[in-house]
Design a protein around this ligand. Structure first.
Ligand code: NCD
Length: 343
């Protein structure tokens, strides 16, 4: 693997497969049955200049579960960037303190610029509407795990990606990652003005996948294996887009009625989260809570083994994991959520 994880573009299919295999070896630790100290003494710098709950906390928890410690900053207000410090200087400073750095920043390309000034591994935790490679890896890991349990194969599967495909960095990384695999059928549905960037559609089609774009969720999709929904990212809208979006009357909400009409008993429903649960939001509806097809919390749980695998691989300790494992000594509940149900 390369020094940094900035984009899924730097990963070959073999490297992705290796990471996913390492992630599955992390499961006993992520499930809190085992502990390890392979990163004892190592320090992670977790720099988040944009809102985050799961990405920031799960990178933090993943590093801690490998035995390391974490130093973090959140937002511009309390960082020296508010005093005009450059990405270059911040990067060099943090490199003297930390053994790995995760950064999220509102500008596309900013994490790559930051990484140019350091020899310490940098992971892109989301650069504006650019990429979110660790999320794509955990999404692929989730699809693989769910499909294995359901006796399905990725090759030939039909995935529906919906929502804000223009600004959704998770779908930008995911569609590129999926395109490394056997031919898939991918249907894209987004409100007008929020379509998947054309170069990504072209790239995926050029790798032999069948990609179709639709304007409404009220279509005949045929069999669906995965419905991947995303939040409308109004915070990234230009004034012009805000005006045109205000007039969008179509319903882009994925809810129970959508599942009843378009999905089978084995269609899994995913979302990178957060979902907008406010009334009237065009997002994944809470009326699906408790439905075993809703894989969103299995997906967030998978963030831990996958991010542990990323750290272990970048820092070269993945072969030491099993040697170092010990039993957990504290109380661990049977399931982590009160509504958890497997499909
Ligand atoms: C997303 C993100 O920040 O890109 N969430 C995540 O990291 N899991 C999606 C979003 O903000 O809607």
């Amino acid at each position: 693997m390369t020094t940094h994880l900035l984009s899924v573009d730097s990963l070959s299919k073999d490297q992705v497969d290796h990471l996913l295999r390492v992630a599955s070896r992390m499961e006993p630790i992520a499930a809190r049955r085992k502990v390890t100290r392979v990163l004892e003494g190592a320090v992670l710098g977790n720099l988040f200049f944009e809102a985050s709950t799961r990405t920031r906390v799960s990178f933090n928890a993943a590093f801690c579960r490998l035995g390391g410690s974490v130093c973090d900053t959140t937002g511009f207000t309390f960082s020296s960037m508010a005093k005009g410090e450059s990405l270059y200087d911040t990067s060099r400073v943090m490199s003297g303190y930390c053994d790995a750095i995760v950064m999220r920043h509102p500008d596309q390309g900013s994490v790559a610029e930051f990484a140019e000034a350091t020899n310490v591994p940098v992971i892109n935790g989301g650069d504006g509407p650019g990429e979110h490679p660790s999320q794509a890896l955990l999404d692929l890991y989730t699809i693989d795990k769910e499909f294995t349990r359901l006796g399905k194969h990725l090759g030939g599967a039909h995935l529906l990606l919906t929502g804000d495909l223009k600004h959704g960095r998770t779908v930008h990384s995911l569609i590129k990652l999926l395109s490394l695999y056997e031919p898939l059928r991918i249907t894209l549905v987004s409100p007008p003005g929020l379509e998947m960037p054309g170069q990504l559609v072209d790239l995926v089609a050029s790798r032999g996948h069948r990609v179709e774009q639709r304007e409404s969720l009220d279509s005949d999709f045929g069999d669906l294996d995965v419905v991947y929904t995303t939040r409308i990212q109004k915070e990234r809208f230009t004034d012009e887009l805000s005006e045109s979006f205000a007039g969008v009357s179509q319903d882009f909400r994925v809810d129970r009625a959508f599942l009843d009409n378009h999905c089978s008993a084995t269609t899994i429903v995913m979302h990178p989260l957060p979902r907008d649960s406010r009334p009237g939001a065009n997002d994944l509806n809470v009326d699906l809570n408790g439905d075993p097809r809703l894989a969103i919390f299995r997906q967030t749980d998978n963030g831990i083994p996958v991010r542990m695998a990323i750290f272990a691989t970048l820092l070269g300790v993945e072969e030491l994991i099993e040697k170092e494992m010990r039993d957990v000594r504290w109380f661990v509940p049977e399931t982590f959520g009160v509504d958890d149900r497997q499909l």
